[in-house]
Design a protein around this ligand. Structure first.
Ligand code: ADP
Ligand code: ADP
Length: 226
């Protein structure tokens, strides 16, 4: 079965329909783009998948089983990780301290720093665990956020407009990392409105407009997906 399947996801904010019966399937190892203009309903859908918002109707299936994702802890427990567009790092703490806090449980800092170096090397996400966040560039901060997710071994990683804060060179590094992760079987839900990026990176694209799916295609050939 798909790793994640959404059926009829609907969400109203007062009179506004943010999501209007959305169906979506993300396969294992697939880099799946969620594309659409401002107001199309992308953020709302992602909030529902990550347990930040509750749908009014519809069903979420994880590995073929219906699940309720009532909060981000429930999402993380399933194996869903999210890299937000705006980071929430503590400026005066080190990279390792920030990650330890993000993991929630008590950590052996030496073991965590070692694991962090391992994962960072494996995915080409160079960061020094001992550096204070206030010294880091935006691209480095994003790497910390990504590492925080990867340390929890997600099987679905959600990224919201990740390249908006990156240089072209950092973007290339991010894409190499995402391709590697997908090659290992992790699914990626990639929110963006940059068509060239989606064509370079993604296996499938779902296009939203006014809360509905208006197209699904293979962005590399722009042909409708099977
Ligand atoms: P190309 O079109 O560049 O020849 P492929 O379409 O074979 O390359 O895909 C490149 C990589 O992406 C391969 O490792 C393939 O397994 C993977 N891939 C392609 N489409 C999907 C998909 N829908 N889900 C998961 N992995 C995919
Ligand atoms: P996108 O991420 O594609 O820009 P959103 O999911 O943010 O789209 O928004 C979809 C629609 O829902 C828009 O009309 C937006 O104004 C509305 N909306 C989103 N969040 C809220 C909210 N918290 N309260 C009221 N309306 C909202």
């Amino acid at each position: 079965p798909p790793r994640l399947r959404l059926r009829g996801i609907t969400k109203h904010y007062g009179a506004t329909i943010a999501n209007d019966g959305i169906d979506l399937a993300v396969l294992p190892g697939e880099i799946h783009a969620l594309l659409g203009e401002n107001g199309a309903g992308k953020s709302t859908l992602v909030k529902i998948i990550y347990g930040v918002a509750a749908p009014d109707a519809g069903e979420i299936l994880w590995q073929g089983r219906a699940v309720a994702i009532s909060d981000p802890n429930a999402a993380r427990a399933l194996g869903i990780g999210m890299v937000f567009q705006h980071f929430s790092l503590f400026e005066t703490l080190t990279v390792a301290e920030n990650i330890a806090l993000g993991l929630g449980t008590r950590q052996d800092m030496a073991a965590l720093a070692a694991r962090l170096r391992d994962v960072a090397a494996r995915y080409g996400l160079a960061v020094d665990p001992g550096r204070h966040v206030h010294h880091l560039s935006v691209g480095e901060r994003q790497r910390v956020e990504i590492l925080r997710c990867l340390l929890q071994d997600p099987s679905l990683l959600i990224m919201d407009e990740p390249t908006s804060v990156l240089t072209p060179q950092e973007t290339e590094g991010l894409f190499a990392m995402l391709r590697r992760l997908a090659g290992e079987g992790c699914s990626i839900l990639y929110i963006s409105h940059k068509l060239e990026e989606i064509q370079a990176l993604c296996h499938r694209a779902t296009v939203l407009r006014a809360g509905r799916v208006v197209a699904e295609c293979d962005p590399r050939t722009a042909t409708p997906a099977a």
